[in-house]
Ligand binder design. Structure first.
Ligand code: HEM
Length: 538
């Protein structure tokens, strides 16, 4: 069913609109006029010239010419599925979010994606994977727009155009399409060392998942949960697949790309069609909302950091089951618009500077991608809660709004619905104290350690995972044209671990440099290893 803004005059909504486009037993033109032939242009005799007056030809070709919309600037290739999220109620202790109360079921739509390649690229490339979930809650839409890797390449959104320009195909030849084995990517990450942690993650096995059904998902940033009394808790979101976390090995990934470039989307769709519904448990790591927003010395506002699960266990709060394939890829998987700013009461953002940029970016890009500001009215994006906004008109408006007063306060359309001071289940930003300071363009000192956590990751890997990582760096760097980039990256690896560096250096036929920073004294986190694994799998 559609929201209240759509068609108060009684014109068709939602499923009715679909029926409208494909109802009746006769083929018609877009205006509903019956056609008697759609196979031949109108000509002056069977061999004569085509006539300009053929309005059916003109309409058919015009529409076809405009079938494509721009692909996403990142995460262009994806696969989606519908499902349901069943809350355990365990999060009620820390959030008032209604969909996390005991036994609440919420419909969801998930889109998995690769990041770098274009819409037609292959599935099993080495890349980060997107894991974006839209919860259609009774309090409005909540989007958890995450990845399968718990950290990100950059700490500040102002670097996003840089990292994406570096990772996308070279502007001259437009290769490589989707793999990281190219000069611009390694040029950037070898100089922008805050990318080191994300890079070692996707040089590891998580960069080539076996199936979307076997990936973890992470909200990456620290979020703030708020309970009914206004008490706050900092959290990180985790999705844990019931099937466990599994990856391909590199040779398999390469072969599959040739044999079946649609391997991941086929696997997801086939599993759901066969009734083998994939499931993930949603969990949270919780941290006290202290003024410095750190935990065990880890800056929670730095999205290049994880908090090891051994220090803050992931507590399960609900179960997601994907049980229905999209019936129309374009209308669902392509037109879905996720946004980190789609929040519901009880879930708030933090001052992570990467998150701040994302709060701007998603809406902005969707204006271009989905042709104007009315994309929330597209069926896949419609909230399942009533909508009563004062947004009006615009490109591709489908609502026919009533009344004369789309402004507040007003006395003409029933007056102002707000009651001063009352909560009314509204979304209220947490009144956290904003730190005072000089206006500056600089990162905090606590963002400056780029090697301790990558070293922890390396030390947490099993022997076979380490071999995969060495092989991945050697392969990728071996494909770079510029030797200076290889040499610079070896320096980064030396600062993570001498063995990692010397093994890759051997493979490349280059000398291994000495570390330029003291090697961090960190404990491994067994939960990071796919071989160890800490999450119960049944
Ligand atoms: C798309 C995740 C950082 C801009 C996506 C998608 C995911 C995602 C999963 C695909 C959504 C879909 O399936 O439709 C992340 C994560 C990030 C991150 C986890 C860091 C923690 C950023 C940043 C920016 C950004 C810093 C910009 C400042 C975009 C844009 C899209 C996108 C423009 C395309 C959206 C669309 O066309 O609908 N991101 N992203 N992302 N992301 Fe991010």
């Amino acid at each position: 069913s559609g929201p209240a803004t759509v068609s108060p005059t009684g014109s068709p909504t939602g499923a009715d609109q679909a029926r409208m486009a494909q109802s009746g037993s006769h083929l018609t033109n877009a205006q509903g006029t019956r056609l008697y032939d759609t196979d031949h242009s109108l000509k002056a005799g069977p061999r004569g010239p085509v006539l300009l007056q053929d309005h059916h030809l003109r309409e058919k070709i015009m529409h076809f010419d405009h079938e494509r919309i721009p692909e996403r600037v990142v995460h262009a290739r994806g696969a989606g599925a519908h499902g349901v999220f069943q809350s355990y109620g365990t999060a009620s202790a820390v959030t008032k979010a209604g969909f996390l109360a005991p036994d609440v079921e919420t419909p969801v739509f998930v889109r998995f994606s690769t990041v770098v390649g274009s819409r037609g690229s292959a599935d099993t490339v080495r890349d980060t994977r997107g894991f974006a979930t839209k919860f259609y809650t009774s309090e409005g839409v909540f989007d958890l727009v995450g990845n399968n890797i718990p950290v990100f390449f950059i700490q500040d959104a102002i670097k996003f155009p840089d990292v994406v320009h570096a990772a996308k195909p070279h502007p001259d030849r437009e290769i490589p399409q989707a793999q990281s084995a190219h000069d611009t990517f390694w040029d950037f990450v070898s100089m922008h060392t805050e990318a080191t942690h994300h890079t070692i993650f996707f040089m590891g096995d998580r960069g080539i998942p076996r199936s979307y059904r076997m990936m973890e998902g992470f909200g990456v940033h620290t979020f703030r949960l708020v309970d009914a009394e206004g008490r706050t808790t900092l959290v990180k979101f985790h999705w844990k697949p019931k099937l466990g976390v599994h990856s391909l090995v590199w040779d398999e990934a390469q072969l599959i790309n040739g044999n079946d470039p649609d391997f991941h989307r086929r696997d997801l769709a086939d599993a759901i069609e066969a009734g083998a519904y994939p499931q993930w448990e949603l969990g949270i790591q919780t941290f006290p909302d202290t003024p410095d927003q750190t935990f065990e010395g880890i800056d929670l506002l730095d999205p290049t950091n994880i908090v090891p699960e051994e220090l803050a266990p992931v507590q399960p709060i609900g179960l997601m089951t994907l049980n229905r394939n999209p019936s129309n890829f374009f209308a669902e998987t392509e037109q879905v618009a996720f946004h980190v700013g789609h929040l519901v009461p009880g879930i708030d953002v933090t001052d992570d500077p990467l998150l701040a940029g994302r709060l701007f970016s998603y809406l902005d890009t969707q204006i271009t991608r989905l042709g104007g500001p009315n994309f929330p009215q597209l069926p896949i994006n419609r909230p399942h809660a009533p909508v009563n906004d004062m947004l009006r008109d615009g490109m591709h408006q489908t609502a026919v709004h009533r009344g004369v007063a789309p402004y507040q306060p007003n006395s003409l359309d029933g007056g102002c619905p707000f009651t001063a001071g009352a909560d009314m289940g509204a979304y209220i930003e947490t009144p956290v104290t904003v730190p005072e300071g000089r206006k500056v363009r600089e990162a905090p000192e606590s963002f400056s350690d780029h090697y301790s956590q990558p070293r922890r990751f390396w030390l947490s890997m099993s022997p076979v995972e380490r071999e995969h990582i060495i092989g991945a760096y050697t392969f990728e760097l071996g494909r770079c044209y510029e030797e200076a980039i290889r040499v610079r990256t070896l320096q980064v690896l030396a600062n993570i671990d001498p063995e990692l560096c010397s093994r890759v250096a051997d493979g490349l036929g280059l000398p291994a440099p000495e570390p330029t920073v003291p090697l961090a004294d960190v404990e491994p986190s067994p939960a990071l290893s796919q071989v160890g694994g800490t999450w119960p799998v049944d």
